[in-house]
Design a protein around this ligand. Structure first.
Ligand SMILES: [Zn+2]
Length: 375
């Protein structure tokens, strides 16, 4: 077992489930165990370590490798430390057939292990950069409201490039979709179930809206294609309405997941939806269902450092992904950001999460090679 693999096993065995997905005081909740463990590792490798408090008992870990001379630029390695929940067996790492199974193995403790292990190896080598500071930032709360990356961005830390860890199958990703959650509400008129003609059924109105969203609107979104991202999508996720069978309901609410392309804003999407519904003689009140905006990512692939990373990764063109991540938050704060990491997002959040150990090793060496080229 090499060092990166061992580190990943240790990380999987330390649960760091986002507290948003667990009852209060659950023993698996929170990232603190993992950030303290990584702080010790980073300290042993000679990195300068500090905790950035984000929420009570939840801190980003910031570990820096200072360059030999005065720093002229800074690279950020930014994976997240939290995971979604899993069943008990998933917190015991298990190696089988060239894979490591366990919660977080690919999303995104694989990236944490590859990034920190590359940085520690660089710290101990002779190829340490002369003028580039490299900062590892283990972030909390990516899976819920991205409080970690938002706090890091708000702290005023500047960087010339952030490599955000997510399982991209070792592709350098410069664009991802935004994630918009909207609530739509229809209103009708209460009446006795025996006299439905006296009321106006809010569920029936919503049923027509749901049908249109999933057919006509979804088809309309397929007209416009982004070079790296394909098309925007819509999906109706929840519906609630009505009190009991013998009352005509006066209210029905759905929540929808609308994945956006660069250039689409929440207000533009809401405005467009309202007008399209009106054309169909349908009416709904539209509101936001997210704590903070989750905008699309589009980083200029011709930026010198992005080009260097692409070249070093042997990748002719940048890639795009469907899912939202911390890269959007850092990019919104003016830090050019790309997404990169071992593992496949298709295995993330599943009951059988795993990462290919070959991908983990290659990820570590690709990162190390890139960091070694920095002046
Ligand atoms: Zn992730």
């Amino acid at each position: 077992m090499d060092k990166t693999e061992k580190l990943l096993c240790e990380l999987v065995a330390l649960p760091s489930v986002n507290p948003a997905f667990l009852p209060a005081r659950d023993p698996r909740a929170g990232e603190q165990r993992v950030s303290e463990f990584l702080a010790v590792k980073a300290g042993h490798a000679g990195l300068d370590v500090e905790f950035q408090r984000v929420l009570p008992g939840r801190s980003n870990l910031v570990a820096r490798l200072a360059p030999l001379r005065a720093p002229r630029r800074r690279i950020l390695l930014a994976p997240h430390l939290d995971t979604v929940n899993g069943d008990a067996a998933q917190f015991t790492p298990c190696r089988r057939d060239g894979r490591l199974f366990g919660r977080g193995a690919c999303d995104t403790k694989g990236s944490v292990a590859a990034m920190l292990s590359a940085l520690c190896e660089l710290a101990g080598s002779k190829k340490r950069p002369a003028e580039t500071e490299i900062v590892f930032a283990g972030l909390v709360d990516e899976e819920n409201a991205q409080a970690g990356s938002r706090a890091l961005a708000a702290s005023g830390l500047r960087a010339d490039l952030a490599i955000v860890g997510e399982p991209t199958r070792l592709q350098v990703v410069t664009a991802h979709k935004g994630s918009l959650w909207l609530e739509l509400e229809t209103r009708g008129k209460l009446a006795h179930g025996a006299r439905p003609e006296l009321g106006r059924n809010a569920i029936h109105e919503m049923a027509r809206i749901v049908d249109w969203l999933e057919t006509g609107y979804a088809a309309r979104l397929r007209w416009r294609r982004h070079r790296l991202l394909g098309c925007a999508t819509v999906s109706v996720g929840t519906i609630r309405g009505g009190a009991q069978a013998n009352i005509v309901p006066d209210r029905c609410v759905i929540s929808i997941d609308r994945r956006t392309l660069p250039g689409e804003t929440e207000s533009a999407v809401s405005r467009e939806l309202r007008s399209l519904l009106r054309q169909r003689h349908l009416q709904a009140w539209i509101g936001s269902a997210k704590l903070a905006a989750c905008l699309p990512l589009e980083t200029n692939p011709r930026l010198p450092l992005v080009l260097e990373f692409l070249r070093s990764a042997g990748q002719p063109r940048p890639a795009g992904v469907d899912y939202f991540c911390d890269a959007s938050v850092l990019s919104g704060a003016g830090i050019p950001s790309v997404v990169f990491g071992p593992g496949d997002i298709a295995r993330a959040h599943t009951a059988n999460e795993w990462i290919s150990l070959d991908s983990l090793r290659r990820g570590q060496s690709m990162l190390l090679r890139f960091l070694q080229t920095l002046p």
